[in-house]
Structures are given as C-alpha cells and as structure tokens.
Design a binder for this molecule. Sequence first.
Ligand SMILES: Cc1cc2nc3c(=O)[nH]c(=O)nc-3n(C[C@H](O)[C@H](O)[C@H](O)COP(=O)(O)O)c2cc1C
Length: 454
Amino acid sequence: MSTRQRTVKLAYSAWPTGRHASAWRLPEAFNGGTVDPVYLADTVRTAERGLFDYYFMGNAISSTPTAVGNWHNDVFKLEGFTLAAYAAAISRHIGLVVTVNTTYAGPYDSARALVSLDHLSQGRAGLNIVTGADGVDGPARNYGQARHAVREDRYGRAEEFIGIVHGLSESWEDGYFVDDREKGTLFDLSRSHPLEFEGKFYSVGGALNLPRPPQGRIPIVHAGGSEKSFHYGARHADIRFSPFVSTEWNRDYYRRIKGLLPQYGRDPDDQFIIPGITFYVAGTDAEARRKFKEVQDLVVGEYAPMQVGALLGLDLSRVPRDERIVDAFTEETFRQHPWLGTALAAFGDESVTLHDLFHYISNRGHLNQPPVVGSGPRVARWIAENFEARAFDGVKLFPAYARTPLDAFVDLVVPELQRLGIYRRSYDTSTLRGHLGLAVPPSPHAARAPALTA
Ligand SMILES: Cc1cc2nc3c(=O)[nH]c(=O)nc-3n(C[C@H](O)[C@H](O)[C@H](O)COP(=O)(O)O)c2cc1C
C-alpha cells in the first residue's frame, strides 16, 4: 500500500448544456455554451480556481437529433483534443482528460494528438478510453461500418490500442536532443525506438514524430460496465470513472475493482475510483432543495404510472399520482429499492409524490448517478463520508445545467473540503500525474548506452 496521504480528487465534466434532461429550461440556465469559447474558457478557469485535478471531455462520435426523449444535451459535442488544446492555452495547472473511443479511433493519430497535448500543456494530458456500448450502432455508420463491434473485439482492439499508444509515446529516449552546433548534430537519431507492432487489429511500424511526453506515461482513465472492462482497467487505468449508486453499493464496487489490481502487479492505491455526480448546492439546504424541486418540475412528459411501476415491479395504475411515496409504498418496497431512499433524500422531505418520482426517474442517470442536494457543508460532509468509507476516491461534477452549479461547488463546497483537511489548498504540482501523486516512470530505454554528449 502506498504511504502518500489520501486526498479527495475532483474533476469537472464539460457538459455545456448540462447533464439533466430539463434543467436547461430554468430561467437562469445558459444554453449557448456548446461551441462558445468564452463560456468554455470560463468553466476551465473556474475548475482551476477550484484546484480541480482535471477537466474532463467526454465523447460522442455521432449526433442524436432523433433520440427519444429530451436529451438536447446529447446532440452536439466538440472534438475533445481541439477543446483540450484550447483549454491548455488558457490554464496552467488543471489536468485535461480527453475521451477516445478505441473501437473507431486509430492508435497512431490518437498517440500523436495525445503526446502533442501533453507537450503543449506541459504535462497535463490524460486519456479516457471507452469502447462504446453494445447496440449503439450510430457511430459505426460514421466510420463506414454497418454495426458496432462485439465486446470481445472492442476490448481486443482497446488492448492493442493502449500498447501502441504507450509504445509510440516512448519512441524517443531522453537525451535525443543534442543541439551541438559545433559538430552540427541537433538530434541523436540513435535514440529513436521505432515501434514494430503486428496484432490482430492493428499494425504499426515506425516512431512517433514527437519526443517523449513530459509525463513519461500519460494517465489513463477508463469506464465500462463489463468484466472485460474491469480487467482492462485493472491492467491499464489510473482512474476508473464509475457509477455512484449508494455508499454500500460503491464500497463493494470499490473493493472489488481495487482487488483486481494486484494480479496485474499493481498497487490498489495507484488507481482512483471517481464517479460522476450531479450536485445541487446553495447557501442553505432549503435553497438547494428548492432548486432541485424546481428542476424536477421542468421535466417534460406526461406522468406514466407504468414507467414507475415497471421499475418497482408494482401495478400503480390505480394509485393517484399525487399520493406520497411514503404512503404508496411499503417499508419492504423501500428496502428492496434503496434508490427510493436516495430520491427522498434528494427532495429532502416526505412530501414526494408518485408524480415527483416520475420526474425523478425520467432523468436518465438519476438511478445510477443520484443527485446530491444541500448546503456547502452538507455536500462536503457527504463527500468526506463516502471518501472515508472508501466508496470512492473523489467525484467528477456533472453540472445539471450551465453555469451556476460549477461556481456554487467551487465557492461553497471546496472551502469546506479544505477545512476538513481532505483537499489541497493550492496546486503543488503542475502535471496531471503530479496531482494524482503518481511518479513519472523511467523510460523503458533509459538504461541504454550513454548519451552522445556525455
Ligand atoms: C460510468 C460510465 C461512464 C461512461 N462514460 C462514457 C463517455 O463519456 N463516452 C462514451 O463514449 N462512453 C462512456 N461510457 C461507456 C463505456 O465507456 C463503454 O464504452 C460501454 O459501457 C461499453 O463497455 P462495456 O461493454 O465494458 O460496458 C461510460 C460507461 C460508464 C459505466
């Protein structure tokens, strides 16, 4: 086990019109942020003001204008490396994690973009590897394929992909830069190590046309829900991006995921488990709950007892929609479905009706990423308790809407986490590896012959 002090990790997920299906309908929501450089810069700077470990750029490689429901926030997505390069130029410390779907992206181009980003940001790049969910064929058609690859092949590709990316990043050994003006030697070309890779999915021959990145090995983030994903992450990921269901569920998940690392020769403390969570934070609990309820009431769609009933295995067709859930359901139902308790906690009192519950479940994500609602001290305590219980190592903010949730978190929660002594008071490193407390690994070629200039 590592001896370094464990501190909360914080990240912000760029979600320009917010994560909630309907919160964008709030009068104060700013909905023009998708491609607005001023707004995006503002979020990068605010996350950096909050001393966050990283700014996270999720990915979508196809548009969903005809998607069922209300997911306006899924229609548009800036290309991640482009956004990250922009973010790098206007920030100094915060890590910049870009998502790549390895089922479609080529490893050479990805390595080149990633290593470029690490140089331009002076060691702040991170790579989130996803393989794309089963049954989602939209992206495939953008890449000349009829349908999405099966899991076995997706992870086969991902495995080769990461080996190539790391191998290409190490194409040039330290000491390659000679700059001997007298002898006329700028680079020591003998210090290049072209990759010769032949796999089932990829074949790459040659060196990357960039020096080793400042971080040596760029931190890897990974998300997925399958056993394949769990083992892939145990082998390669520095951060696992996870769901958050409940403290108990996540403690088990945490133990199980970290328990896989030793079989790959890794220390469990070298991987961080970080769920994405939506916070409603305000000056007081009552104010935060009012905002949460206001957002719920903006959900579009007619109350559907079938939808609520299906989740609980109950026939609710005869129960009035304004019945309180504490009256409609037995204690046994609450016990069987712990998310009901989480929903009650988010609303903050027992007046929650079936209609409210319908609004709650209508927002994709509430079930496996329930919101946390309250004042700064309450939210900070919630984070501290789950952090100390080892339900997670930190959280990634999913803003419900733009732009106040990020500001509220930075202004009201961050100082409380600092007061609790579990969060940094200033950046004391300037790379993503540094923020995570991970050392720069030696170059695999470092032990070779002395440099030309020696
Ligand atoms: C918590 C979580 C977050 C995810 N975030 C993204 C994302 O931002 N972009 C994306 O393309 N896929 C995302 N995914 C999808 C997964 O990365 C993965 O592609 C999908 O779950 C299929 O892998 P699996 O078969 O191992 O579950 C996420 C999955 C999980 C569980």
